[in-house]
Design a protein around this ligand. Sequence first.
Ligand code: SDX
Length: 430
Amino acid sequence: MSEKNASLTIGNDTYELPIYEAAVGPDVIDIGALYKNTNMFTFDPGFTSTASCESAITYIDGDQGVLLHRGYPIDELAEHGDFLETCYLLLYGSLPTAEQKTKFDAQVTNHTMLHDQMTKLFTGFRRDAHPMAIMVGVVGALSAFYHDSTDIADPQQRMIASYRMIAKMPTIAAWAYKYSIGQPFVYPRNDLGYASNFLHMCFAVPAEDYDIDPILARAMDRIFVLHADHEQNASTSTVRLAGSSGANPFACVAAGIACLWGPAHGGANEAALNMLNEIGSVDRIPEFIDRAKDKDDPFRLMGFGHRVYKNYDPRAKIMQKTTHEVLGVLGIKDDPILDIAMELEKIALEDEYFKKRGLYPNIDFYSGITLKALGFPTDMFTVLFSLARTVGWIAQWKEMIEDPQQRIGRPRQLYRGESHRSYVPVDKRG
Ligand code: SDX
């Protein structure tokens, strides 16, 4: 039971609302009984002040620029760990022992193949279909193939579904890319690590061997770590809401992919690179800065701003470092797009308009430059984001399903439409 209460006075009535203490960060006020006691709803359309659930997976402090996964800072995980270790941590709550990691890596590796009939799904799309459209379709179709891991009440089946999702996303993402460029699918290989396997499936061709640069593979793996989970963002909230009805887990992840696609969310990395290309040269930056401030202009600086981070996005710092590493390995010295990005960041960080609004580069600002340097086309950037975020979606979905308090999510509304009207026959309407 809560020791602390908040008092809410409406007219002559005062209501006591329980306050629950957080392990770290903001406490919450339980308003669950508000409607029953006051016949009123709370109103928070963008959920800026609403905690939708209780979770122990990821903590973000937007003012301090802190991101913790199960208590571990993102920079330590990115520096010292790898993506599959982060997957284990998000799913199970602790870092794996050497034996646990070996077993987990092997389990994921052994689920990377797709049911062979799924290869035919890709051919139903136009070759110029956006790869995110293919991801929504093919990932959703997983729910038609793996019926032995969809009884979400069975912990064993939930875990198999989790492994399958994590393991198969790189294969689906790589095949979406191959399909779009008219090259044959390259099958996963069990002798390659997670990121190396993905790069191999994307860039190898049957006609010759493909050498994987270990530094680029490490950079790819680190990019996956940086995108793995991020508290109750829009796509994670989508997966939780879809899962709250008991829906098929693969279908829930497909819903998350659909939400992530939006340019205000995961689509920002693609939009940020398109924006840098549109700016085209350093001397045109002031023109675009002015447009970003103009309320009558819908233009936004893509890759800037964040609902939670009103200070620097800790992932952006690591992403920027990775960008320079990758460009260095590839010998890309004078990348005009990087020059524009660095100058835009410098100008924006000194500009009062952006400082006052807490608009700093987020992870999407630099990820596009890195992914372009690694050889990915712009429309694949959000696909890679969805590949990495799948473990976050699945870990949050699993936490929700295993919560004994779990019930279907069903928000209410502030109704501002017509009150009661009687039907008028069509020959009587003015
Ligand atoms: C991701 O939630 C997550 O955790 C998401 C994510 C994850 O890992 O899951 O971190 C991944 O989605 C990162 C965000 C990527 N999106 C972009 O880079 C797109 C550009 N950014 C904006 O669209 C915006 O900043 C949002 C959507 C990210 C946040 O929007 P908010 O919190 O609703 O902020 P807001 O729109 O209320 O803006 C506050 C003010 C407004 O000005 P005023 O009305 O106060 O004068 O800041 C301005 C906005 O006009 N503003 C911007 C801006 N973002 C906000 N002005 C110019 N350029 C921008 N990018």
